[in-house]
Design a protein around this ligand. Structure first.
Ligand SMILES: [Zn+2]
Length: 446
């Protein structure tokens, strides 16, 4: 089966046909490093890592260029650095270290290029100057704004009309704008904020132009795939398309891909892990493979309910699969047909993982079947999963468990059995089992 990918622009699965087979090009918006990346920030990183591996498998190792940027200048970074009285460079370098460690732990391949926005300021200034010259942008009170109504296709990606955008109050109204939907390409820096000299005074770029400059510099005007989280469709990607297309006159990316949100709402992450789980925190209790498996266990376009229960069930599967590290197999290239067909069908990773489980079950019945074993190992490798040593000692917070037990006793006394059961289930999801004895409630770790 040939590769099919869902394109946000057409809202259809399209047959993937690269512009140049000898240089398949993909750009993905990377993190803004103002905190330790959250598990939601890692979802696109994990998804597009699988796509990168798959494209390399189809088109050959050296024929895929994958650019994933780092945003190192942005309002959030500036605000956090002021809060901590640090320079933006210091702040970014601290979080970059954690991010790089997380990437290694999750066995994410380094992209071909990983540009930082501040290395491309000259290019951004050049693009903005041109956009002013050609009438797509205008200067006002040291800002430069893109005049949205000058681009007739504005709203094509998000399927929003200018009317929707204004009515939905999804844009900021400001005195220096001709129209509320115009967006910032350049803005003045306040005192003590990082700045670059420009024809419009000392200032800094808006976030959207950063990606347009980096993608053009490293991949050219027209490339194959542009990816990111669903929250980037509007305004970030809509604005990227507008400014890039008006600047170079060509279509930007052929296929725009967006992954769904990671939710913590269903069965919530336990309090001990926090509702906002950073990957760095999760790595204290789980291996990178367990986190990765959990993130691949839903189709990338669907929302993913992230919970302790999900992590623990992923861990159980990977523990079983870790038997494969002792297998002696003769190398066979290639994949199980059904496994690869699932991936080629718009990266259906949950179905591909289930197929691996089926193959694993078949191997149990037919342990000497070399082909099955090779297909299993090759499949894992393509997903970047290496199920070794998934067991990590769970760090137990005894105080937390005892507080939960007291809260449960109180709930039972006041006949609030729903809450009591909820606490028992929450603890069980973290591997803690309660036993009610005449001498009180006891707990043990499973
Ligand atoms: Zn971007």
């Amino acid at each position: 089966m040939p590769l099919k990918l869902f394109n946000t622009i057409s809202k259809e699965k399209e047959l993937f046909k690269p512009i140049r087979e000898d240089d398949v090009r993909m750009y993905v918006c990377g993190p803004t490093l103002y905190n330790n990346p959250h598990v939601g920030n890692f979802r696109p990183i994990v998804i597009f890592d699988v796509l990168f591996r798959l494209l390399k498998d189809i088109y050959n190792e050296n024929k895929v260029t994958y650019v994933r940027n780092i945003t190192d200048i942005d309002d959030k970074i500036i605000n956090k650095s002021k809060e901590l009285s640090q320079s933006t460079e210091e702040l970014v370098s601290v979080y970059k270290k954690t991010f790089q460690k997380d990437l290694l732990d999750l066995n994410i391949l380094p992209p071909t290029k990983e540009p930082s926005a501040t290395d491309y300021i000259d290019k951004m200034i050049l693009m903005i100057k041109d956009l002013v010259k050609t009438g797509f942008a205008y200067e006002s009170e040291n800002h430069v704004l893109f005049e949205t109504n000058k681009f007739k296709d504005y709203g094509k990606l998000s399927r929003l009309s200018l009317k929707d955008i204004i009515a939905g109050a999804r844009v900021e109204v400001a005195g220096y704008k001709k129209n509320p939907e115009d967006f910032v390409l350049w803005k003045p820096s306040k005192n003590n904020e990082p700045f670059w000299d420009s024809p419009w005074g000392k200032g800094r770029p808006g976030w959207h132009i950063e990606c347009s400059a980096m993608s053009h510099e490293l991949l050219g005007s027209n490339f194959d795939i542009h990816g990111g989280g669903i929250d980037l469709i509007f305004p970030h990607h809509e604005n990227e398309i507008a400014q890039s297309t008006c600047w170079h006159g060509e279509q930007t990316a052929q296929i725009w891909m967006h992954n769904g949100f990671v939710n913590f709402s269903g069965e919530k992450m336990s309090k001990s892990l926090g509702n906002i789980a950073t990957v760095n925190d999760l790595l204290k209790n789980y291996t990178g493979d367990v986190i990765k498996y959990s993130l691949l266990n839903a189709h990338y376009r669907q929302p993913l309910e992230f919970s302790d229960a999900l992590l623990r069930s992923s861990q159980l599967i990977l523990d079983k699969w870790s038997d494969s590290k002792n297998w002696n197999i003769q190398t066979i290239n290639g994949y199980d047909q059904q496994f690869i067909d699932y991936l080629m069908d718009d990266l259906n990773t949950p179905a591909a993982l289930m197929r691996l489980q089926t193959i694993f079950n078949l191997i149990k019945k037919d342990p000497e079947n070399n082909e099955l074993r090779a297909h299993f190992i090759n499949g894992l490798k393509l997903l970047g999963i290496d199920p070794k040593d998934t067991k990590k000692e769970l760090k137990i917070d005894v105080n937390y468990i005892e507080n939960m037990i007291s809260e449960r006793s109180l709930a039972k006394e006041s006949r609030n059995f729903d809450r009591a059961d909820q606490i028992r289930d929450e603890l069980q999801n973290q591997g803690i089992v309660l036993e009610d004895t005449p001498g009180g409630t006891k707990w043990k770790q499973i």
